[in-house]
Design a protein around this ligand. Structure first.
Ligand code: ZN
Length: 523
């Protein structure tokens, strides 16, 4: 079936605005004037609409998002009563669910972010409840969960994690970082491949509705690669995916051969799934006071956060995976973690032979001025989260008191980075924040959230065209797919979206339709 799109406006990175697109069997056959006067089975007049490449999500956790969606819905609730009510509704509707696990609550609604187990006990006391905070570096649990895990005043904080406590030393109900979550979640029922395939299916449906046709799963724990294999075989994986295995200190070496054998299982599906990247967690998050800083936190004298890896082990692991052809992604939020990640990239480049490696610095949130030029110089892609680039409640209530005004304002220096020649790609970090690109697209342009107000550091703003490019061609490049997707060019996949109007003229744009090659219908 040959279809011509004409009228309206079309846009593609590097090409700019044009009219005319001819597609056939999921491929782009002609672009611009070449497309307008050919024969076709269907001619679609775009009217006032705007056609552009579909969006890519360069950093996200779709399985976690799908798992979370299966629990109580507490996203966006603005007080503890509302969260209690959502948990109550879920508990009543699911009396057989042995553990109630969900998210993601807004931690900034409580000063300091320490939520009390007793507030959940009022609703559910006979089975464990675990809620993830929106930053996903924090959980809030009820007393039953603490009891099952045997966490008492005698329990010491695990390395890399922390347990919030009452004045008498007993656990309050809030735990920070995965090392601490594990104390509790290790007792919860394991996710099955079947339940994770359902999570993948849900995530794909959400993505397609939002105009996203390729994404990253940036943190695969045990069993999750097997779920992606099952989903690609069953047809439940309906978007393209780049998956990153997780490398942990002390464990990465013994997991190497398992990871390589999983990679080979994806070989027959490589058109749809890239499985050749590894994710390292460099630090925690500023909101939970666990990002690694060059200078101490203002609210914890002498404490500069947590580096998850010792330099020597990180450098060795990064070098080993790079030598085996894996793309390296490092989560780094604080300026000390960013410096460590850049040092690791530099070490790997100095010690391994050169190849088209495209290392990814994920979040790149608080960059020391000294390190700013190193990102471009090392050929690193800074994967940043556009929806975070305004003075949101998390920055105001949780981060500002921890790091002070000067460092708070030093976050998300996107304009400076772009001007330094660094490559940028966007990602949502879903379920940390919304997976919907149209909710995020204008935030780095206006440096404002949905509720308006005064722009945050407006000198760091970028253009609409830059924002669109970082969400399309730049993600395709990060995923080594820049010759297939992310642009509207001859031979590329016909993966594109139609918006109701031009984002160059209005920020109030909506998705009209989504085209994904390989799917038989428009979404
Ligand atoms: Zn993430």
């Amino acid at each position: 079936m040959r279809q011509i799109f004409r009228g309206g406006q079309a846009w593609s990175p590097g090409r700019g605005l044009f009219q005319g697109l001819l597609i056939e069997d999921g491929r782009i056959i002609a672009v611009g004037d070449d497309a307008l006067y050919q024969s076709a089975d269907e001619v679609i007049d775009l009217g006032e609409s705007f056609l552009m490449p579909s969006f890519g999500d360069g950093h996200a956790h779709p399985i976690f998002a799908g798992r979370e969606a299966a629990g109580p819905k507490v996203n966006g609730l603005q007080n503890v009563n509302e969260i209690q009510e959502a948990v109550r509704i879920f508990a009543q509707a699911n009396p057989e669910t042995p553990w109630i696990i969900g998210g993601a609550y807004e931690a900034a609604i409580i000063s300091g972010g320490d939520f009390d187990a007793h507030w959940l006990d009022e609703i559910v006391s006979d089975r464990p409840v675990v809620l993830h905070a929106v930053d996903h570096h924090t959980i809030w649990v009820n007393s039953k969960a603490l009891e099952i895990a045997g966490i008492t005043s005698a329990t010491t904080d695990p390395a890399g994690g922390s347990i919030a406590r009452r004045a008498d030393g007993s656990p309050k109900g809030t735990l920070r970082e995965p090392e601490a979550f594990a104390l509790i979640l290790d007792y919860s029922p394991k996710n099955s491949i079947e339940s994770d395939v359902r999570a993948i299916k849900y995530a794909c449906q959400q993505y397609l509705k939002s105009g996203v046709t390729y994404a990253n799963d940036s943190w695969l724990e045990e069993g999750m690669a097997e779920a992606y294999l099952a989903a690609v075989k069953s047809g439940d994986l309906t978007i393209d995916m780049n998956i990153s295995f997780l490398a942990n200190p002390g464990e990465w070496k013994k997991n190497l051969s398992k990871i390589e054998s999983l990679v080979s299982e994806f070989e027959p599906y490589k058109e749809q799934v890239n499985a050749k990247s590894v994710k390292f967690l460099g630090d925690g998050a500023l909101s939970s006071g666990t990002a690694a800083l060059l200078q101490p936190y203002d609210d914890q004298p002498g404490f500069s956060g947590l580096k998850i890896w010792e330099d020597a082990e990180l450098f060795a692991a990064v070098k080993e995976f790079d030598a085996r052809g894996f793309q390296i992604h490092i989560h780094a939020i604080g300026d000390a973690a960013i410096r460590q990640a850049l040092d690791a990239f530099e070490y790997m480049q100095n010690h391994n032979s050169s190849w088209d490696r495209r290392p990814v610095l994920v979040h790149a949130q608080l960059i020391s001025p000294e390190d700013m030029p190193r990102i471009a110089a090392l050929g690193v892609i800074a994967n940043m989260q556009p929806l975070w680039m305004y003075l949101d409640p998390m920055n105001k209530e949780l981060i500002l008191p921890r790091i002070g005004e000067a460092r708070n304002n030093q976050q998300y220096q996107l304009r400076t980075l772009v001007d330094s020649g660094a490559r940028i790609a966007f990602g949502s970090d879903w379920p940390v924040t919304s997976e919907v690109p149209l909710e995020a697209l204008f935030v780095p342009v206006t440096r404002l959230g949905a509720s308006g107000g005064a722009p945050w550091n407006p000198e760091q703003a970028i253009t609409v065209e830059e924002s669109l490019t970082f969400y399309t061609a730049a993600v395709a490049y990060q995923n080594f797919r820049e010759n297939e997707i992310g642009k509207l060019e001859v031979g590329f996949k016909a993966d594109f979206v139609v918006l109701d109007k031009s984002p160059f003229k209005s920020s109030d744009v909506k998705i009209s339709s989504v085209y994904k090659s390989g799917l038989n219908q428009r979404v």
